[in-house]
Design a protein around this ligand. Structure first.
Ligand code: NAP
Length: 241
């Protein structure tokens, strides 16, 4: 038994960087066996498999490797993500499709690949990392906001479907978390000022940390959260209420 319940096998997509990396570390500290699926899993100390979440064959092969090494996958955190910025009238269909593919279709592929293990176990936890921009909207990010809003919708619908099989499905939409994704957007002049400027407008007066998101995931995955499903748990310092 871990501190937060039985020891399980958890897959974290996007676990090579930022929020996903912190989630992997937190779930390991909670006593779970952690595996990472990422385009670049090499920096991780956990069992890692290189996979593009948009490719169902790569995802399937990676999940098979995790099962063979660590056993059935009953925890899945979908944290792999790709942002993008473009005026809508300049946004080409290929760029639109890639952002939808990574942020939405990737979630579909990973859940499909892990679900049989959860159904067989009669227990499962799925946490989808969406985005606070799905609440607030975000100019020049229509594709990203559309994909993340769809992830919230998928979360609610799938929770109703999987509840009777002992599987919870929740989403954590982060807002303004200090990761390579945020710092790149700041350096590219895409966040409307600096991170410091945004801190002044954030009710709790600090930037979010990857560990803040990881703490929410840890709770939603715990036995204590077994009656919580289909929820969108904002972790954003009060920026979206
Ligand atoms: P990050 O540091 O860029 O991490 C994202 C990870 O996902 C990277 O390791 C990336 O690999 C991986 N990845 C990207 N495309 C992938 C693909 N097709 N297949 C497999 N892995 C892929 O970003 P982050 O800030 O931690 O973001 C984590 C999640 O939180 C994302 O879903 C993001 O949309 C969401 N989010 C973040 C914030 C924020 O403020 N940071 C706010 C709202 C939502 P590479 O580095 O090799 O590309």
């Amino acid at each position: 038994m871990s501190e937060r319940g039985e020891k399980r096998t958890a897959v974290v997509t996007g676990g090579g960087s930022g929020i996903g990396k912190a989630i992997g570390e937190r779930l390991a500290a909670d006593g779970h066996q952690v595996a990472i699926l990422d385009l670049n899993p090499d920096g991780s100390t956990f069992f890692g498999r290189k996979a593009d979440v948009t490719d169902p064959e790569q995802v399937g092969a990676a999940l098979d490797a995790v099962r063979a090494e660590l056993g059935p996958v009953t925890i899945l955190v979908n944290a792999a993500g790709l942002d993008g910025v473009s005026r809508f009238d300049k946004l080409g269909f290929e760029a639109w499709k890639r952002v939808i593919d990574v942020n939405l279709n990737g979630v579909y592929h990973c859940i499909q690949a892990a679900l049989p293990d959860m159904v067989a176990a009669g227990w499962g936890r799925i946490v989808n990392i969406s985005s606070s921009s799905a609440h607030s909207g975000q100019p020049y990010m229509t594709h990203y906001v559309a994909a993340k809003s769809a992830v919230n919708g998928l979360t609610k619908a799938l929770a109703l479907e999987l509840g009777p099989r002992g599987i919870t499905v929740n989403a954590v939409p982060p807002g303004f978390v200090d990761t390579p994704m945020l710092r790149k957007a700041e350096a590219d002049g895409l966040i409307g000022g600096t991170v410091e400027d945004h801190i002044k407008r954030t009710p709790v007066r600090r930037v979010g940390l990857p560990s803040d998101i990881a703490a929410a995931c840890s709770f939603l995955i715990s036995e204590d959260a077994g009656y919580i499903t289909g929820q969108i748990l904002g972790v954003n310092g009060g920026r979206n209420t």
